[in-house]
Design a protein around this ligand. Structure first.
Ligand code: PMP
Length: 302
């Protein structure tokens, strides 16, 4: 009798490719990967995640994502269940086995699956749940959206007060993206006490003259790995970086605006709450920052 072999995914850019995924030490076809219904990630959003992009089959800023992961775990009193080297190996194996040239690796670590549902944290010998999978995104770097620019709406920021921890509590960001979609826009910027915090899944910036303005890091926003890199490149390119609070009105009156995230890099914003920025097309400085970011990131990728 012939045994059905698990075939490697093909690079045919189709949507229904069977991936190899990683769950708690095992590499499995995605339809054989399971976690417990008692997993605290599932029951309580008690988990953290990272998204690392892949260009030319290599990982962009793996170190930055790993350091932030350590911090997120630490802030939630979760032990580090896997070493940096072991995690890098899992990332690389998934990228290779799934033939990812451009795309991303998603990583999630939860406080594991105790014997029962309980608000109290389980004992420390409860193993964490570790899940990683890839998403194939051909054309990620040469995205048409980067040439078109994004339309943004503003919404109130009603998330919890520790947005610096990258938890899997993504219901409100998900609702924010749906609000944007309903309004015919591409994404939403969130506003707290009259000031922009960040985008639903990205950091927010505007450019006026030669200055880039973005909110300083604090518990109110996620300290973006892409943000840190882009601000460094901007300073190297002699642009002025101002980390301060700003309003939607200020951003609407700007020359340009943009967002950053690991999966979108630098993406221009052309409209905020129905007001076009400049002539309503992506600005030159955001485009330049995207170019520099992609170039430098490819060079440093591992
Ligand atoms: N803010 C939020 C709320 C996010 O979800 C993300 C992306 N995960 C970012 C900012 C950007 O972070 P990074 O550049 O590390 O992807």
């Amino acid at each position: 009798m012939t045994k059905l072999a698990f075939t490697r995914p093909q690079l045919d850019y189709g949507d229904n490719i069977m991936r190899t995924v990683y769950v708690n030490g095992e590499y499995l076809p995605e339809n054989e990967a399971t976690i417990s219904i008692f997993d605290r990630g599932f029951l309580m959003a008690d988990g953290v995640y990272e998204v690392t992009s892949v260009l030319d089959g290599k990982l962009i800023d793996f170190e930055g994502h790993f350091v932030r992961l350590q911090r997120s775990l630490n802030e939630l009193d979760m032990a580090e269940p896997i070493s940096r080297d072991a995690l890098l190996e899992v990332h690389r194996k998934l990228v290779a086995d799934n033939s990812i040239v451009e795309g991303l690796v998603y990583l999630q670590i939860t406080r594991g699956a105790p014997a029962d549902r309980d608000f109290v944290f389980p004992s420390e010998d409860t193993p964490a749940t570790i899940v990683l999978f890839t998403q194939n995104k051909p054309g990620l770097a040469d995205s048409p959206a980067a040439k078109k620019g994004m339309k943004i709406i503003s919404i109130e920021d009603v998330r919890w007060g520790r947005r610096d921890i990258k938890t899997v509590q993504l219901l409100y960001p998900s609702m924010g993206k749906m609000m944007a979609k309903k309004a015919g826009a591409d994404d939403a910027w969130m506003v707290q006490d009259g000031h922009v915090t960040e985008g639903t899944s990205n950091n927010a910036y505007f450019i006026k003259g030669n200055a880039i303005v973005t909110r300083p890091t604090s518990n109110d926003i996620l300290n973006g790995i892409t943000r840190a890199a882009v601000l460094r490149f901007a300073a190297e390119a002699q642009m002025k970086v101002e980390e301060r609070l700003f309003t939607i009105e200020e951003a609407q009156a700007a020359d340009e605006a943009f967002i950053t995230s690991a999966s979108t890099f630098v993406m221009p914003v052309v409209e905020i709450d129905g007001v076009a920025l400049g002539d309503g097309t992506p600005g030159p400085l955001a485009a330049r920052l995207r170019e520099i970011y992609l170039e430098e990131s490819r060079k440093a990728a591992i």
